[in-house]
Design a protein around this ligand. Structure first.
Ligand code: Y39
Ligand code: FE
Ligand code: FE
Ligand code: FE
Length: 230
């Protein structure tokens, strides 16, 4: 089924919609919570940018509150156990990298992969969201671009020393995104969001980010192809 253009055809109060929403809404709430923690951790790892990183962490906390309100508005209880499971591999990889002081890997996971995932998901959700959630999500997605930009700027400024670690971290973490998308494909579809649109938007954001950081088109092609078959 093609990506829906408008929300007119969606019944936000049907049991089928609310059941799917209980998982997607939980993913977003848990994702915002983990993003908040990740930016606080990054503030410790990059002390000369801590002020800005704490301000990003604060935004993530606001996003979480906004999406909690979206769930309440539809009288949906978010399935947070499912959501924790959903993020567990990326979460473990971030924790392990942080414990070793691998800032580049932490930034790739949070500021490139997770932010691009968020931007893709929110852009695709906005046209099919209920009125309440649309307004919230429009405000949030603007912030996510600034989070992605933070990662791009730092990695661009440190490109020569970061390059090899970025390639390794990409190889370890990009395939996880495709596994995660496969897990939510059905629920996203119920909300009017098509997997192909999500993949397309993610690849555009992620490819542009790698380009801004300093990778060549050939390198971007090679890095992006990883795990696509997962
Ligand atoms: O930086 C952020 O705010 C990111 C944590 C939020 C993650 C959002 C993840 C969205 C995935 C939803 C998948 C729906 C198909
Ligand atoms: Fe379809
Ligand atoms: Fe956010
Ligand atoms: Fe963010």
């Amino acid at each position: 089924m093609p990506q829906l253009e408008a929300s007119a055809a969606i019944d936000f109060y049907s049991e089928v919609y609310k059941d799917a929403y209980s998982r997607i809404n939980a993913i977003v709430i848990e994702g915002e919570q983990e993003a908040n923690e990740n930016y606080i951790r990054l503030a410790e790892l990059i002390p000369d940018q801590s002020e800005q990183l704490f301000s990003l962490a604060k935004m993530e906390n606001r996003h979480k509150k906004g999406f909690e309100a979206c769930g309440r508005n539809l009288k949906v209880t978010p399935d947070l156990d499912f959501a924790r499971q959903f993020f567990s591999k990326l979460h473990e990889n971030f924790q392990a990298a942080a414990a070793q002081g691998n800032i580049v890997t932490c930034l790739l996971i949070q500021s490139l992969i997770i932010e691009c995932f968020a931007i893709a998901a929110y852009n695709i959700y906005i046209p099919v969201a209920d009125d309440f959630a649309r307004k919230i999500t429009e405000g949030v997605v603007k912030d996510e671009y600034s989070h992605l930009n933070f990662g791009e700027e730092w990695l661009k400024a440190n490109f020569e020393t970061a390059k090899a670690e970025l390639e390794t971290a990409n190889r370890q973490n990009l395939p996880l995104v495709w596994q995660m998308l496969n897990q939510v494909e059905k629920d996203a579809h119920v909300l009017g969001m098509e997997k192909e649109s999500l993949v397309e938007d993610f690849m555009i954001q992620y490819g542009e980010a790698l380009e801004n950081i300093g990778f060549t088109t050939r390198e971007i092609m090679r890095m992006s192809a990883l795990g696509l078959s997962a």
